[in-house]
Design a protein around this ligand. Structure first.
Ligand code: PLP
Length: 352
């Protein structure tokens, strides 16, 4: 039987959300499916998942489970500021480029103040410059620093970079939000305990990504500064983010934290990206746009090469981050996937 290209088993490099559900998350959902339990989060799975998140971070914190990263970021930021406040973030931050104004909408108008920065990272001086630019009543008052870890450019902030950044944030009385859609990849890259890059250095609220790490759906909002979670459950409900069958958002966290899959998956994705980076480095003419630390590789390819790669069935994004082609690896990216992509790039670059 002949197969069309699309029906051939293929893993893509467009995003880590192209992948399916990992076995540990799937298994936990199956277990959660075996019985009736109370709804709206008043169930043993949600309780256990929140406890496991607390264990993972080795601290008392408030934990909420929502459907996706946009709502996690937007609702967390809304809880951290008033409508007349502003949020300092990188110009490539997901909250700015990919959330359709949700942070502004849910905060009733808090303004995002964009700062540049190499490799998707914000520098301490940029915070200072932004806060100092204006301090009059006519400008929205800076209240939150939002950073992404791992960044949109596939880099990570080191522990000392975080320390310096948050020291500056504290100097100006800013609260700290971390978009951790790929938090696990950052932990895997840095080889540190989760607490070392969150509450211990001064993160107040973390949006901890589950979807891109191998779940069907779901992110955890982790309030290390617990008073910021005051009445947060109402905010989630009003925003349509309170799942009635909450156990299906919570159970995958139980499965993945208990088994360690949350970290294994990220380590796997990072290692696949490292292989891909190494392989592409051996292809003459491929230009790298970022230094890879987590699970994505950014390269500039000649337009016809990118077009022909798509023609051969590969999917990848060219509109994210600083442009160029972004190849994103995930928990089930295999060596064969990586080798096949490298082979196609090599083949097409040779014809240039
Ligand atoms: C994917 C992603 C999110 C979450 O996006 P949703 O599509 O809303 O789940 C948030 N931040 C970053 C940096 C992301 O890459």
């Amino acid at each position: 039987m002949t197969q069309t290209r699309d029906s051939i088993r293929r893993h893509h490099f467009a995003s880590d959300n192209y992948s399916g559900i990992c076995p540990e998350a799937w298994q936990a959902m199956a277990e959660a499916n075996a019985n009736h339990v109370s709804s709206y989060g008043d169930d043993p799975w949600t309780q256990q998942a929140a406890d496991l998140v607390r264990d993972l971070f080795e601290v008392e914190c408030e934990v909420f489970f929502v459907f996706n990263g946009t709502s996690a970021n937007a609702l967390a930021l809304a809880a951290m500021c008033q409508s007349y406040h502003s949020i300092i973030c990188h110009e490539l931050a997901h909250v700015e480029t990919d959330e359709c104004g949700a942070p502004e909408f849910f905060s009733n108008g808090s303004k995002l103040l964009l700062v540049p920065g190499d490799q998707g990272r914000i520098q301490p001086d940029a915070i200072k410059a932004t806060v100092k630019k204006r301090n009059d009543i006519h400008y929205p008052k800076p209240r939150v620093l939002s950073i992404t870890q791992a960044t949109e450019m596939g880099s990570v902030y080191s522990v000392s970079q975080l320390q310096e950044l948050f020291e500056m944030a504290r100097r100006f009385d800013l609260r700290v939000h971390m978009d951790g859609a790929r938090f696990a990849n950052a932990v895997a890259a840095l080889k540190v305990a989760p607490k070392e890059i969150t509450w211990k250095v001064g993160v107040d609220v973390l949006c901890f990504g589950g979807t891109k790490n191998g779940m069907a759906v779901g992110e955890a909002i982790v309030f290390f500064k617990k008073d910021l979670a005051h009445e947060f459950a109402y905010r989630c409900k009003q925003a349509g983010q309170l799942a009635s069958k909450m156990r299906f958002l919570a159970a995958p966290w139980v499965g993945m934290i208990k088994s360690g899959a949350w970290l294994r998956n990220a380590e796997h994705a990072n290692a696949a990206a490292e292989k891909l980076e190494l392989g592409l480095k051996s292809v003459p003419g491929v230009e790298f746009l970022a230094a890879r630390q987590a699970n994505s590789v950014f390269v500039r390819l000649p337009v016809p090469v990118a077009a022909e790669l798509r023609e051969r069935g590969w999917k990848f994004y060219t509109f994210i981050g600083a442009g160029g082609a972004r190849f994103m690896c995930t928990w089930d990216t295999s060596d064969q996937d990586v080798e096949a992509l490298i082979a196609d790039v090599r083949d097409l670059m040779a014809g240039q």
